[in-house]
Design a protein around this ligand. Structure first.
Ligand SMILES: [Cu+2]
Length: 310
């Protein structure tokens, strides 16, 4: 745009361009809003999920989204009906005879209404909608680490756009850090993992297991992870079929050489740390959308200042 004496010449010459930017701003805001509209530990019911077993969300495994939702024990999960028809939430699978034994909404959840349940214990909990039994999903409740700095989210480096780094501490003070630029649809997921002791030194010969889930699918599984140096890389065996967030679980299995009897390994054994919903911190698309929104507002502001002078 061209500014002269505070006047936006571009806007003056061509009002339709200003209107177009205004429209873009609106589209951009509406496009970004849903990403921030969902609160933590909320599961939304996808629009159209009740239509039929052939609804798109069934194949995508996101009639309830996010799926799976990973939380720590003691977390209250809110199911929100963001669909236009009523749904129901009950624990278990449609085929088993233990449905509703862990949790059950008790009533139909009308559009716009919510149902809440607090998960006290760790475990993997299937649930579904009794009215539309093809709507199935899971809540994964994983043991929390004993420190309060579980899942510290931050970006690494100044200009490493889209890099996400998550840190979790085990009960003995072992710090596990996972860094990734993914997940990106069509690309393999690569995770840089490091293990550090409370003094800040890399832990040599750390044995661990890792599981990565995306949209209910296992995209990476390694039960015999071992790093000689304290740094390691794990890569998904196939390319991802979506850019949806991933849930990562790393189990510490002790410190020692893989060639010796595992019972002689030291350190924490069998403690699982969760890294939930790793998404690119601020992905390229979101950045562009926001840039357009900001740009449009600048044009709008310039335009509004010009008009009264006429
Ligand atoms: Cu339903």
């Amino acid at each position: 745009m061209f500014l002269y004496n505070g006047r936006d010449l571009t806007a003056m010459k061509s009002k339709p361009i200003g209107a177009l930017f205004g429209l873009l701003a609106l589209v951009a805001i509406l496009g970004v809003a849903p990403a921030f509209g969902q609160t933590a530990n909320e599961i939304d019911m996808t629009k159209g999920a009740g239509a039929a077993a052939t609804a798109d969300c069934v194949a995508a495994k996101n009639c309830f989204t996010p799926n799976p939702l990973s939380v720590t024990p003691g977390t209250t999960v809110t199911w929100k009906n963001t669909d236009t028809v009523s749904h129901y939430v009950t624990s278990g699978q449609p085929s088993d005879n233990t449905t509703g034994t862990v949790f059950d909404s008790g009533n139909l959840i009308k559009p716009g209404s919510t149902y809440q349940f607090t998960f006290a214990n760790a475990g993997t909990f299937d649930y579904f909608c009794t009215v539309h039994p093809w709507m199935t999903a899971q809540v994964i409740v994983a043991a929390a680490s004993s420190t309060n700095d579980n899942q510290t989210l931050g970006t690494s480096g100044g200009n490493m756009s889209g890099m996400t780094m998550l840190t979790t501490k085990a009960s003995d003070g072992t710090t596990v850090t996972v860094s990734t630029s993914g997940p990106v649809n069509g690309q393999s997921l690569s995770l840089a993992i490091s293990f550090t002791d409370p003094s800040g030194n890399k832990i040599h010969h750390q044995n661990y297991a890792i599981t990565v889930m995306q949209d209910g699918n296992n995209v990476l599984s390694n039960s015999a992870g071992h790093t000689h140096t304290g740094d390691d890389t794990q890569t998904s065996s196939t390319n991802l079929s979506s850019s949806d967030p991933v849930d990562i679980q790393i189990t510490l299995n002790g410190i020692g050489l893989p060639t010796v009897d595992p019972t002689t390994w030291t350190g924490v054994k069998g403690e699982t740390l969760s890294f939930t919903h790793i998404v690119p911190e601020f992905g390229p698309v979101a950045s562009i959308v926001l840039a357009i929104a900001v740009m449009s507002m600048v044009v709008f502001a310039a335009k509004t200042r010009v008009i009264p002078k006429f």
